[in-house]
Write a protein of this length. Structure first.
Lengths: 274, 286
């Protein structure tokens, strides 16, 4: 490494840390301060370290709303992802393996899902008609519908790399179509499945807009909605609001630490092929 | 035909049905509802009245204009900064993989959390940003309080949060460019700047297409960052279509809200579709 590269590297690191780390330090410090100190918004060291007190206060707020929110968010995320993986893999498999005059039409529909902003009020109207409005399973199905296009595209391009000989061998051995898919193909999809799970779980866990519209009411609160609720309630208790932000940031942080490579792979998929 | 029996279309059914009912049907129904006066009590056909209202009411027009400004600005900034950062972070810099990680992390963090935190960071008097600027002798502006600046302040935070994804897409794109081109250019005596504009920029185009399209679609539809930081204010100065749609829905003007949805859809389609068409038509000449 040349001397110039080291100097440039140090400069870039300082600027990078300043721009991308200080906001998180600010969140962390504010979260452990007293209400009075936090309201000064400074980057100063807390005179009292109130991590535990603030944590307990946030969790107990509004009758343990945060715990309910974590439960709801987990149910939605896990439920939606299980359905997404199976249904998107099946779709990706059929449209990749079976070229037909319908494919152009199916593609147009998939791309529409990536581009068109969901029509919220008509969706609410429909959810009400189907008795899915304000229900966790309704929210799960919404997340499946909105995440399907992206997942299908990922599965389809991965399945293209699996040789057809494998399905044909299984078919000759007398396997039924669903056996070929579930016993031969699905186990081979593990890498792309991991990618889909990671990317979608971050998306669904962090989703704010859709629960705001389709899941109102305090029994259905999700983690992101607690932030929004506490924003007005805790306007004089910045420390508690920021403790909440800290808690909401932890799940993605854990995923990031363990699965950084796969997340990056999933989110940049398709960029290289063009 | 064997293929039809081995790969039955019913495989599409489970996902396809959910998609049809919860996404496609409301999208099509929206066209009808946008032509109605629709509130809690009644649905009455009123033709294009909702759309006229969008063209008449100043605060609704502001929403449309702001949507375009926000979408285009953040998308351009993310692609330009993303490419520059990608070039920097593939140049063998000390600690470059750490920096990549650092820049990418905000992408995964809750947008609402980021928005709330930055609303405090951008506090005109006590906020970290203006205090930081004052060390360099710069008097920071009123960021979110100033009606002329609020939208751009939110855009700045959106760029901060999203530039990491653009950078990583560009890094993946740069990896596909053969080093032979740079070798040949170096032998011919090309400068670094010439190499950047004549080799890197044209050859990294597939990544540019992805970054621009993704961030345009995302930017035009942005809601949570704006809602967390300004709620469209002060006044209506940072309202975008997505926040107008929410406000009209809350106020019970369902028809008007749905018309906003259709306009947003049209805006995304009219900007993104011609752009991708244009991008795909122009092939790289090298």
């Amino acid at each position: 490494m040349k001397r110039q590269q080291i100097i440039n590297g140090v400069i870039a690191l300082v600027i990078g840390v300043l721009i991308f780390v200080t906001p998180f330090i600010f969140i962390g410090l504010t979260a452990v301060k007293s209400a009075a100190e936090a309201s000064q918004l400074g980057l100063s060291w807390p005179s009292e370290w109130l991590f535990w007190d603030n944590l307990v206060a946030v969790i107990q707020a509004r009758n343990y709303m945060l715990l309910l929110a974590y439960f709801n968010s987990t149910v939605i995320t896990v439920g939606a992802i299980s359905l997404l993986v199976i249904s998107a893999a099946m779709i990706g498999y059929v449209i990749q393996r079976r070229p037909s005059k319908w494919n152009g039409f199916i593609y147009a529909l998939i791309l529409a899902g990536l581009m068109i902003p969901p029509a919220v009020v008509p969706t609410i109207w429909l959810l009400k008609e189907l008795h899915l409005f304000k229900t966790l399973h309704g929210m799960i199905l919404i997340q499946v519908a909105y995440g399907l296009s992206f997942s299908v595209l990922l599965f389809r391009s991965f399945i293209a790399s699996i040789p057809r000989d494998l399905d044909e061998a299984a078919i000759i051995d007398g396997a039924k179509p669903w056996q070929v898919f579930f016993k031969v193909i699905l186990p081979l999809l593990k890498p792309v499945t991991v990618t889909v799970i990671l990317v979608q779980s971050v998306t669904i866990f962090n989703d704010f807009t859709n629960p705001l519209y389709y899941l109102p009411g305090k029994d259905n609160v999700t983690v992101q909605l607690t932030l929004y609720n506490f924003q007005s309630q805790f306007s004089s208790q910045m420390n508690l609001l920021f403790m909440n932000i800290l808690l909401v940031t932890i799940p993605p942080l854990i995923m990031f630490i363990f699965f950084n490579k796969q997340i990056v792979k999933g989110m940049t998929a398709g960029a290289v092929k063009g | 035909m064997k293929s039809s029996r081995s790969y039955p279309y019913w495989f599409i059914l489970p996902g396809g049905l959910v998609y049809l009912v919860l996404f496609l049907v409301p999208t099509v129904a929206a066209f009808w509802f946008s032509l109605t006066h629709w509130d809690l009590f009644e649905t009455r056909f009123i033709g294009l009245e909702n759309y006229y209202q969008f063209l008449r009411e100043p605060f609704l027009i502001t929403g449309v204009v702001n949507t375009v400004i926000f979408g285009v600005l953040t998308s351009i900034a993310k692609s330009v900064l993303g490419l520059l950062l990608a070039v920097l972070l593939t140049s063998g810099l000390l600690g470059q993989s750490f920096l990549r990680t650092l820049i990418f992390f905000p992408v995964l963090v809750s947008t609402i959390g980021v928005g709330i935190a930055f609303a405090e960071i951008m506090h005109p008097a006590r906020g970290m940003l203006n205090i930081g600027l004052s060390y360099f002798g710069i008097q920071g502006p009123a960021w979110l309080i100033d009606p002329n600046l609020a939208l751009f302040s939110v855009a700045l935070v959106d760029i901060w949060k999203g530039v990491g994804l653009a950078t990583l897409i560009y890094i993946a794109g740069l990896a596909t460019i053969s080093s032979d081109y740079y070798e040949a250019a170096r032998i011919d005596g090309a400068t670094k700047l010439q190499m950047f504009f004549r080799i890197t920029v044209p050859l990294v185009r597939p990544a540019t297409v992805t970054v621009v399209t993704l961030s345009l679609i995302g930017g035009l539809r942005s809601f949570d960052i704006i809602w967390a930081m300004t709620k469209g204010g002060p006044g209506f100065s940072s309202d975008v279509l997505a926040s107008v749609i929410y406000k009209q829905y809350q106020a019970g003007f369902y028809g008007l809200s749905t018309a906003g949805n259709i306009i947003l859809f049209a805006l995304v389609a009219f900007i993104v579709i011609p752009l991708t068409y244009w991008f795909n038509r122009r092939e790289v000449d090298l």
